[in-house]
Design a protein around this ligand. Sequence first.
Ligand code: NAP
Length: 324
Amino acid sequence: MGIFSLLTGIPGQSGFGSASTAEQVTQGIDASNLTAIVTGGASGIGRETARVLALRKAHVVIAARNMDAANEARQLILEENEDARVDVLQLDLCSMKSIKAFVENFNALHLPLNILINNAGIMFCPHQLSEDGIEVQFATNHIGHFLLTNLLLDKMKSTAKETGIEGRIVNLSSIAHLYTYEDGIRFDMINDRDSYSDKKAYGQSKLANILHANELSRWLKAEGANITVNSVHPGLIMTNLMKHSLLLMRILHMFSYLLWKNIPQGAATTCYVALHPSLKGVTGRYFLDCNEMEPSAFAKDEKLAKKLWAFSQKLVDSCTKIEK
Ligand SMILES: NC(=O)c1ccc[n+]([C@@H]2O[C@H](COP(=O)([O-])OP(=O)(O)OC[C@H]3O[C@@H](n4cnc5c(N)ncnc54)[C@H](OP(=O)(O)O)[C@@H]3O)[C@@H](O)[C@H]2O)c1
């Protein structure tokens, strides 16, 4: 899959390509025995992902920080499909307190959990610290999802064991993982304001999404848990994600509009990786345009993934201690 297939939409080995939509790649799939959480499911790619999973009859939980937008997304899904099973729950990935409350609220619904789509994200924002004192792109895009996934893992494992159905975790990364700081993840300067680059900090957080998926995939494989973990680049799609760089993105769009996708196409790779039967047992891989791709050398570095895991766990532990 290269520029040519992106421009032409010619399908790759999977039979799908850049022009495929989320509905097309899930055509004929019955997900009525599945429950899925979609973070950031109130807008953009996440909203389309939630809509299509619900269309395929999955029970969908939209995890969002903006409850008005989440309720509107739920309403739109129900207007299209009155039998859809959709719940909304509040989640602010920038706050460990909110993540824990989300998991408690989810557990109180007594639902199984088969699919976790770590989709929410922010991009290119000015330097800022999260509620827990962590640079906000790293906090939202990586640490929040790292903690959320860890807290939901027992539920996913027990669901997979009791039902015999493979669980799937999908991390929304980006091609931007290629453009990061010199060492990939700058562990010693994660919050440094003076050398902060809004672009590299985004790339760093998206690299972390792949490293997280790969390391978790190795753990789950070693444990024999019936859960796969993969990461995806959805393509270039004009969404609210661009709000901190609207002018730059509009100019980029003007010169490269043939490379951009619409939102239904943007949600295709996520839905493909979450639902498609051909990916049974496939784990620790990176997908673009519904086909497997090689990510960067940093993303494939096992030592870096282990270091990031230990670093993230320490960060979560230290923030959780302060909170107590
Ligand atoms: N669009 C692209 O071209 C592109 C390319 C590569 C990768 N991606 C990735 O795709 C994913 C979805 O992006 P998108 O394009 O659909 O952008 P989007 O429309 O802005 O959606 C992102 C969602 O994440 C939510 N979110 C942000 N911060 C959050 C927080 N602290 N807690 C909970 N939710 C939060 C947003 O909620 P609010 O409305 O409350 O902010 C929004 O619903 C992101 O991970 C992004 O990095 C997108």
